[in-house]
Design a protein. Sequence first.
Length: 571
Amino acid sequence: MEGKTKRENNTGKGNGSSMNFIEQFILEDIRAGKNDGRVHTRFPPEPNGYLHIGHAKAICLDFGSAERFGGKCNLRFDDTNPLKEETEYVDSIKEDIHWLGFDWEDREFYASDYFGRLFDFATDLIKRGLAYVDDQSSEDIAAQKGTPTRPGKESPFRNRSPIENLDLFKRMNDGEFEEGSRVLRAKIDMASPNMHMRDPVIYRIIKRSHHRTGNKWKVYPMYDFAHGQCDYFEGITHSLCTLEFEVHRPLYDWLVDRLRTGDYRPRQIEFNRLNLTYTVMSKRKLQELVILKLVKGWDDPRMPTVSGLRRRGYTPESIRNFIKSIGYTKFEAINDVALLEHAVREDLNARVPRVFAVLNPVKLVISNYPAEKYEEMEIINNPGDENMGSRLVPFSRELYIEKDDFKEDPPAKFFRLGPGREVRLKGAYIIKCTDFRRDELTGEISEIICTYDPDTKSGGPAAGRKVKGTLHWVSAAHAIDAEVRLYDRLFNHEDPAGQKYHDFKEFLNPESLEILTGCKLEPSLAEAQPLDKFQFQRIGYFCVDEDSMPGNIIFNRTVPLKDTWGKVSKK
């Protein structure tokens, strides 16, 4: 009773308020004394690709639930298929979990750790007449399984003797038979209304070297067979899975019940997957994009992978906050990716400095500012956090501003610069446009001529004079050049994977990446390091790319300052 009370107190809400439905179930199990009141979860990724944000939702639940109830969470790699698994994926998964803010401590396991015990359990099922070797092809087995409304047919090999099955199973593992020629099936019920209970395949032959066990094994367990048994071996109390595994739960329980020897048993609970608009969340589809070089790798900033989001400038806090906001339910839904982008903006707004960057520059010359003069303007780094302090930004006669901030014939509600118009240069002076020049070859505006009012600087006698527009700027003599990559949504259809008669790749957004060169940034950014994050004033949030080097700095756009996609996509 003392242990139970302690665990309930660890929730901070002993009455179960503000808990999702899974945490409610866990709390009920603790109060009922199940498994001695222990809470032990696991995160079981298959190392056949990089984690995406859907996995992040599971990670937050698995590790977060254990943490909330003072329990433990294991990291267990489901490495039961050597055809698809690589050490690269193992390393990336571990990096992503740590980056999200979770730690499995010394509890790193692999399904391959239990291959011997799983093989012994399969052998025991054969001895008890609960498993048999089937010589049929996968196509024949599938055909004999029937339909949800029509019972299946028993395999002609279903009633082999345990002695014959033991011999065949051993020879399967000795490498005597070819892949696909035989499988081991559990003997359950070919008339079950649950298709997964109709003598499911639990072992198959794979003659491929395993990344951890080498060539020791020629037969490998199916996920449904390994999953529950590994949970049991590790003492897992709550096996949290996405909803597609709900129909697998009777098989999970059937196998565990034939393995367990006491009162302890793990409990499988299902929750809804994370689905996002304008995104595909299938690891297989994401891998296809990588293989076909339609993206620049698993960590391409347009990908929904954790590594891609990290490279784009997302923070672990923003991802966790987003996942908390959408919650966990028993109903599948598709979440608007704008909610994720909002969570990122909200987090970055509070934590990153504002800086000056001109992405599409045009020169601005202040004709009455002394040519030899140079001064430094004190600019607040983040108005919402005084602890972030301020910095000095150089100001001179020649500046760069955005081309879009000037119009030769501005419309009525254009509050930026135009002939005869005044604007304030942020943190500096009020200027007035007196003239402009065009490029002789292109006809484009190449230079804007202005005058400034020296009394309008902060602290000056006219510092409080009001004008409607405020522009960001960069001193031409001090600016650094940079490449800026404007990333947008990878797909231009709300549900690219859900279009029955179309290949999801047909909906790739051709404008998902725009690369700008010759951008002009304030000199403080010359020292920025990979993954450093900033708000470019009036433009959006940006992150230094991992490929940046001194003298060749690259910025990735994380998100714009506000969601403009809805307006664009409806035009």
